[in-house]
Write a protein that binds this ligand. Structure first.
Ligand code: 13P
Ligand code: SF4
Length: 359
């Protein structure tokens, strides 16, 4: 097994901490304001020939609107696939910036809007393109595989893009071809894939500010209090948390795992925004958020992504009304990034790993 290799420098960690602290949540709305905004968004989606595509972690009001208006709620792989196949001339992506960029790379002829362009991802911030290019230059013999949670520039440098839905299948495929892998940026997902596949992988040491906070010791205690519960874990979580999982998978795969589970209680180690769709899938089960801190510990994200939480009804209506929050990707970067993204989508479609339309 290859040695771990590229630590995220302290200055990037400081930037991540400061962006987490300054991420602004939308102001609270009363029922009347909410209803008025919901109607306005519905009208604007029609007028602007737009479709709303939301990630499971955004506010449930936005997920509901996507469902009610013929849009889509899903994981990052399905969001990309759905947007690329939908006939609307404007895609509105409620999520974080890399999701909007992915949509634009796949559909350059469409206008891609986001409620806010300040919705970051700690994995993206922790993997700057120049430093990543330097790392790749040092290992020219390796196939470069990057997680979708990266900038367009980093994708442009990659041979393959993967998401947590298809990373196992793609790395298995590469390993079967005898390829050595350079992986970025999530260290926990990388370790998990490395253990599952036995592939030779050099890992960038990025982390997700939400999943990195799940705590193994406290999870063990919680499981002892709920002996019949099953544990669902997103693979961006630490190794000792994944080790306790009954199901490990992308957000969509965790919902499917919940559906198939025989247990009455489920402990879920991912952003609790997923509870809206997961509870719909399993109305009779009790969903429990996995612990993010012990007695003395504190959590910075507390099982909810600070950047996903920036998406709200007001900035959604504003972007549709004014065209604010439009995503642009440099055409040279786009063309290169398209190759690795398209490779991922073609592979995923051939393996039946996308579900387009199943909100
Ligand atoms: P999924 O691809 O599982 O939706 O994950 C995206 C993400 O950002 C998880 O933190
Ligand atoms: Fe990035 Fe983590 Fe937020 Fe997902 S939950 S967008 S990986 S910071």
């Amino acid at each position: 097994m290859a040695e771990m290799s590229h630590a995220v420098p302290e200055r990037l960690q400081a930037r991540i901490d400061s962006l987490v602290a300054s991420a602004e949540r939308p102001r609270p709305l009363d029922a009347e304001q909410r209803e008025a905004l919901r109607s306005r968004v519905k009208r604007l989606l029609e007028e602007r020939d737009a479709v709303l595509i939301a990630h499971y972690y955004v506010d449930e009001q936005l997920q509901k609107l996507a469902e009610e208006t013929g849009g889509h709620v899903s994981d990052s792989l399905d969001m990309a696939d759905f947007g690329a196949n939908h006939p609307a001339s404007t895609l509105v992506i409620a999520g974080v910036r890399f999701m909007g960029e992915t949509a634009k790379i796949l559909s350059p002829e469409k206008r891609v809007l986001m409620p806010t362009l300040e919705a970051e991802c700690s994995l993206d911030i922790g993997c700057p393109p120049e430093e990543f290019a330097h790392f790749c230059d040092q290992h020219p013999e390796r196939t470069v595989v990057v997680y979708a949670n990266t900038s367009a520039e980093v994708k442009a440098r990659a041979d393959w893009v993967v998401t947590s839905s298809n990373a196992l299948a793609i790395v298995n495929h590469l390993e079967a071809n005898g390829e050595k892998i350079l992986w970025a940026p999530d260290r926990h997902l990388g370790r998990y894939i490395q253990r599952q596949t036995g592939a030779d992988m050099l890992l960038w040491q990025g982390h997700c500010v939400v999943h990195d906070e799940f705590k193994a010791f406290e999870l063990e205690r919680l499981r002892a209090e709920h002996p019949g519960a099953e544990v669902l874990v997103h693979p961006e979580s630490p190794e000792d948390v994944i080790a306790q999982a009954d199901v490990v998978g992308s957000t969509r795969q965790l919902i499917e795992g919940a559906r198939q589970s025989q247990a009455d209680e489920l402990i879920v180690a991912t952003d609790y925004g997923i509870f809206y769709k997961m509870q719909q899938a399993v109305p009779g089960k009790r969903l429990i958020v996995a612990p993010t801190g012990g007695k003395s510990a504190t959590c910075a994200s507390c099982a909810h992504c600070p950047w996903m939480a920036m998406n709200g009804l007001e900035n959604l209506a504003h972007c549709l009304e004014t065209g604010a929050g439009e995503i642009h990707v440099d055409s040279g970067v786009r063309e290169k990034a398209l190759e690795s993204l398209q490779r991922m989508l073609d592979f995923s479609r051939s393996q039946g790993l996308v579900t387009a339309g199943d909100a």
